[in-house]
Design a protein around this ligand. Structure first.
Ligand SMILES: [Zn+2]
Length: 162
């Protein structure tokens, strides 16, 4: 598949993660956050709506509601006003890839970190120097799961049934 030319990447944009307001959000029951900043010498001041979902132990996790499309997101990007990554229209790196390609590139990434040869078979079984045991185990586990997924995806592609 030919790579599509990308004009922008999300890294080009100023980020506003909801986690930045974690402390503030702990305090009360905020339904929105007021932001005020200057972008390309134009001043902006407005409120961004929030939503929350419950997670463990009666806690809540807060999310932005994208001011443009109302999608629930954890990070907004500055395009003058803040919008979600869908609205900003930037490439999200691997977004254009087929799912199986994405699995492969993740696999490749893990193999590189583990110092393994390219391919799909298992590596040396040795932990790279300086890598924490926990990181190593996590990567090896993820590698195993990904390998299984890749096989399954290949079978699906060939029209085989599970
Ligand atoms: Zn949006």
């Amino acid at each position: 598949m030919p790579a599509l030319a990308t004009t922008h990447s999300l890294n080009d944009y100023l980020k506003l993660p909801i986690s930045r307001y974690r402390e503030q959000l702990k305090q009360g029951n905020a339904k929105s956050i007021e932001v005020s900043y200057t972008h390309r010498s134009k001043p902006y001041q407005y409120s961004i709506q929030l939503t929350k979902t419950s997670c463990n132990y009666g806690n809540y996790r807060h999310w932005w509601l994208c001011p443009k499309c109302s999608k629930r997101v954890s990070v907004l990007y500055c395009a003058g006003s803040y919008v979600c990554r869908h609205c900003i229209g930037a490439n999200y790196g691997s977004q254009l890839q087929q799912p199986i390609d994405r699995l492969f590139s993740r696999l490749h990434n893990i193999r590189q970190r583990l110092g393994w040869q390219a391919g799909i078979t298992h590596g040396t079984g040795e932990r790279p120097k300086g890598m924490h045991y926990r990181t190593y185990n996590r990567l090896v586990n993820e590698h195993e799961q990904l390998t299984a997924k890749v096989w399954q995806a290949s079978l699906d592609k060939l029209g085989c049934t599970r």
